[in-house]
Design a protein around this ligand. Sequence first.
Ligand code: FEO
Length: 386
Amino acid sequence: MRITDSIVYVGVNDNDIDLFEGQYPMHDGISYNSYVILDEKVALMDSVDAKKSKEWLDNVEKALDGRKPDYLIVQHLEPDHGGSLMDACEKYPDMHLVMSAKALGMLPQFGFGALAARASAVKENDTLSLGSHTLRFLMAPMVHWPEVMMTYEESEKVFFSADAFGKFGALEEDDDEPWVNEAREYYINIVGKYGGPVQTLLKKAAALEISAICPLHGPVLSENLGYYLDKYNTWSTYAPEEKGTLIAYGSLHGNTGKAARALAEMLKAKGEKAEVCDLSRDHMSEAVADAFRFDKLVLASPTYDGGIFPFVETFISHLKAKAYQKRSVGFIENGSWAPMAAKQMKAMLEGCKELTFFDTTVTIKSTLNEQSEAQLKALAQELLGE
Ligand code: FEO
């Protein structure tokens, strides 16, 4: 795949992966992107996960058509990108590595200490000429690791953005799913904690004229770039993306789930967007992404062993880890003899910035009755702003 006349995609799909980072289910795989820039000198942009090393190196060889890479630009050392460094260096013994000083220092941690002798560290705004192309390096610490740097190719105005602007999902020609859903899920779960560093990156990007964004996962973005930059601005400032309610529940015997769905129907009947997720069955990473997408969240949990239902507790832990904030939250608790989950869910969220809580807490004793249905209606009215 050609990005421009002199920039070629040489990345690979991973359709065998079950869990990304050991926890995020990959329903449609993921791509590990890599690019070559062909000029008087040849630059290779990042390697790929070790299990796809051979396929990647075959792609590189084909794209180079007999030439050898002069430089391997290492923008990110995380194993999904740094995993094939050693294989590439063995295949191309004269290739020089270029990375941030932090990455250089981390090489031994991944067993790549021997590569330091053939590597150079670059700093903010350092440039590397390939001939007619010039690479300018921009440090991007914590987007998403501390050693990350990004690269702006000045002549064609192509921005190599490391993990930023990536998404889950392998690259398929017939994939017509919009970028935003898998990109949101990827951003919130992988980079979500680091809104401040992403804001710093966006300020740097705003000073560049960009014709295309080449991330390390997902498609190359070359049209309507303002849309993607705007999404990243929303996500990294923790602003809700749209008005609506996520009702996230756990349920032992179905009764809490029934209440969650009843609340959703009340909201939808009044035109409010509402989504329901069963935290025991639905993907946690999708639920977390939806919690950030909407401005309102209702947590519904049975009282379990005197505490919060485990999947709901895990969900709240995920939200806190990703710096959940700036939203309104309501609670539904269930308990056959001593309902106490709501108080504990609220306590878990203490410390999250700028959360407001709805006045009504719905307390169910086993199954909905007249009293708890009235509470459910009162909560719906608050969610609707009535
Ligand atoms: Fe795609 Fe942070 O690795």
